[in-house]
Design a protein around this ligand. Sequence first.
Ligand code: NAD
Length: 348
Amino acid sequence: MRITPVQTPSHETVLRVHDAEIGLTGFIAVHSTHLGPAAGGLRMRPYASEDAALTDALRLSRGMTYKNAAAGLPLGGGKAVIMGDAAQKTPAQLLSFACAVQSLNGRYWTAEDMGMSPADMELMTQETKYVAGLPNGSHASGDPSPITARGIFNSIKTTTRHRFGNDDLTGRTVSVQGLGHVGGYLCQYLHDAGAKLILADLDQNRVQEMRKKLGADVATADGILTANADIFAPCAIGAILNEESIAALNVAAVCGGANNQLATPEDGDRLHARSVLYAPDFVANAGGIINVATEILEIDNRTAYVDEKLATLDVTLDAMLTRAKQMNCSPDAVATSIVDEMLASKAA
Ligand code: NAD
């Protein structure tokens, strides 16, 4: 296995990990360790090219710096990717990649992301101790999705208060795109709070299951983007807020769990220009990494830690939305500059 540094001015360290014999090519990107060891998951996908894989690792690791900082975690931002079909992954590939993680001596902690399972993480512990998302162990943190959903629910209430003057969700309509791990838990929270739901997923069985369980309306996968609702909660894929979709939105606010919802930073300005209040995704969906952090930081009272960090996250979002209103600009731009200030003060 060969580990080669990739010179990338925007990031502290980027490693290319390659082993031709076992068909392994991947990257580890450490964006920032200003606030602590970089943390972010390992993703395996059939990328079209090495450039595409590297770009994904760079983009996602930067996103983790912002998410971890916004959540008040003593963690920096990192991410790792392996090129290939996750259904074909081999133990040799994972063990070799784990050696590369170990070579950073704790400057990067990995965890599950797309294409990885808790069992994969457990296997990697044979070669590195810097792995979280384990199925067992004294500080194993389990499925982060319920905590992610709780954080989004809190953020929806805060966003509702800023947009409508109170945070009562009774009778408010929320359109939800994606009814997977996060979307499923979120819908239950919203339903319990009295919200009316409009649901969409590519998986029609899942849609029907949730429709029956919650008595919700449904929309098509395209129709959810133009559904008439108070709040839109994207909980599926990234980059769904672009020039075209924003022009067609029929909501007063957007707050959901999907990573990288804005196709470009300008899309935050487009939402603002349309008076659609946008809760920055890296703040709204930080509950999951808060849960994972309890494992990395070996927190003994996980429940108390998660509760306290989620409450602080809510205060942070409130401050971001307040500042955005005062400055009459996009909350995404404000959130990004607030984290930039945090990082700069730590680096000074
Ligand atoms: P998941 O795979 O369990 O669920 C995603 C769901 O979205 C699936 O049911 C899928 O069928 C559906 N979907 C995909 N494309 C769609 C489309 N175009 N229209 C409608 N539905 C579509 O994933 P998840 O764990 O629930 O994560 C959802 C999003 O939240 C992802 O963007 C993920 O990166 C982000 N996120 C998840 C967590 C977590 O704790 N799981 C934490 C932070 C961020």
